[in-house]
Design a binder for this molecule. Structure first.
Ligand SMILES: Nc1ncnc2c1ncn2[C@@H]1O[C@H](COP(=O)(O)OP(=O)(O)OP(=O)(O)O)[C@@H](O)[C@H]1O
Ligand SMILES: [Mg+2]
Length: 454
């Protein structure tokens, strides 16, 4: 794991041991036996993490922390951890009050320190990452999980934030998996009506015959099977937001009724004479080209204009590739944490592949790819094998095939087979060879051939 650490302790021996352990983990470590020197270094350059001993000759670790807090704004300060001697828990508590995230009570195991350092740096990154994605923009949007720092995403966020303040109808368009629903939720959550309901209607998922009653409700006996009356989703969304997903699939009669709600803010439930009024913001989404459907006579023109008050187009992922590493990082973190695995990141080569790939399923496809890779991962890094295995990066080549290069695929299959056979035989070569139906000599030959990659 990478990250920069400043380690300050007046005991040279401790400094040396801990410094080495942290460096072995991949951290970039600066050590100093002097508290004054630590303060100077902190003022001079940025660190991800400060680990400081409490008891030092010139001043205490607490003083170092206090000065750091005073001298640097919250967002630029390193994560801070204090080491205290046995029995001086008060200083640890004091440090935490000042903003230290953790403390280590001496004597402690090196493993303990490493675990704390890893977590601190990870959190610190997530925190800074958020800042970096959103820069000065209202952090609230960050909580809705919209990750990206490309120009397209920044513009999108700015627009979504502005529209959140109004009650205007929004039309979200974009390919599948680009985040239309995510943005719809963010707009609602940011609006003044955030405490009122957000009701989603997946128009394509509801059978055509039921959609009208789902949207507008019905009275008892309005149609066969309507044994009780039922409130429609527009009524449920009153005062809040209704999210009409996959709006392009709506039938002509329902389109007409939707047009009326948009124009008049009123409707009649099925079987009812009574007109109901609603105060609801409409957000519609589609991955189709509505204008085209209008031209083909499949979508009502008036309704299109009523929906298209504030159009927001979500760019396909392949048009904002610079967001891919950020998204990868975000999903790795999320799925590793939910799988309870420690995954530090993705191999350089994998990241290259992921960045080059065209992602027809956009962010959803990337999300699924990372989830599968995390589940499959054996080590702490997602390797080309894990990602290839799922064929996710290369669906054009067929599931599970890394490429269209015959030899490359054959070698890949050989490596995979051997790896799995060895796994099954718990490393006993004789058994693995038997499972594969080859001689032990042949297996030795393969092991030599692939010695670095099995
Ligand atoms: N910018 C983003 N940052 C983080 N996650 C994202 C982003 N965009 C999309 N996602 C995630 O990708 C998945 C697909 O997003 P969403 O459901 O919003 O897509 P959609 O545009 O509605 O797709 P569809 O047209 O297929 O319904 C979701 O799990 C969502 O959380
Ligand atoms: Mg959707």
């Amino acid at each position: 794991m990478s990250g920069s650490i400043l380690l300050a302790d007046d005991e040279e021996k401790i400094l040396k041991t801990l410094g080495r352990a942290l460096r072995d983990e991949g951290f970039d470590v600066v050590t100093t036996p002097s508290a004054r020197e630590a303060s100077r270094l902190l003022a001079e350059r940025a660190f991800d993490l400060l680990i400081v001993d409490y008891l030092m000759p010139e001043k205490t670790g607490l003083d170092v922390i206090r000065e750091a807090v005073g001298a640097t704004p919250d967002g630029e300060r390193p994560a801070m951890v204090i080491m205290t001697a046995h029995g001086s828990i008060e200083s640890a508590v004091e440090a935490m009050k000042l903003g230290a995230r953790d403390y280590l009570q001496k004597p402690f195991e090196v493993e303990e320190l490493l675990a704390i350092a890893r977590r601190a740096i990870e959190d610190q990154r997530a925190r800074l990452g958020l800042r970096y994605l959103l820069d000065e923009r209202d952090v609230e949007f960050g909580h809705y999980g919209i990750v990206g720092n490309s120009r397209a995403v920044r513009e999108l966020l700015a627009r979504a934030e502005r529209v959140a303040e109004s009650r205007s109808t929004v039309l979200l368009t974009g390919e599948t998996g680009t985040g239309k629903e995510l943005v719809a939720r963010a707009i609602h959550a940011k609006s003044a009506q955030r405490n009122r309901p957000l009701i989603k209607v997946g128009c394509a998922a509801i059978p055509e015959t039921l959609l009208e009653s789902e949207l507008f409700g019905h009275t008892r006996g309005a149609f066969t099977g309507a044994v009780t009356s039922k409130k429609g989703r527009f009524a449920l969304a009153d005062g809040g937001t209704i999210f009409l997903d996959e709006i392009a699939t709506v039938s002509q009669p329902v389109q007409a009724k939707l047009l009326r709600v948009l124009q008049e803010r009123e409707f009649e439930p099925l079987g009812s004479e009574r007109t109901e009024k609603v105060d609801v913001r409409v957000i519609a989404a589609t991955n189709r080209d509505l204008r085209q459907l209008v031209a083909e006579g499949k979508f009502q023109e008036d309704l299109y204009y009523r929906l298209n008050v504030i159009p927001i187009t979500l760019p396909p992922l392949r048009d904002r590739r610079e967001d891919i590493p950020l998204l990868v990082d975000h999903f790795v973190r999320r799925f590793a944490s939910s799988a309870g695995k420690r995954i530090d990141g993705v191999e350089r080569a994998v990241l290259d592949d992921l960045t080059k790939y065209d992602w027809p399923g956009n962010v959803r496809e990337l999300e699924n790819t990372i989830e599968r890779a995390v589940v499959l991962a054996n080590g702490t890094v997602l390797t080309q094998e894990t990602v290839w295995l799922m064929g996710a990066v290369t669906p054009a080549h067929g599931p599970g095939l890394p490429s269209l290069r015959l030899h490359q695929n054959v070698e890949w299959a050989e490596r995979e087979t051997i790896r799995r056979a060895l796994e099954r035989s718990r490393g006993v070569k004789k058994d693995a060879a038997e499972l594969m139906g080859i001689s032990q000599r042949a297996l030795s030959h393969y092991l030599l051939k692939y010695k670095d990659s099995i």
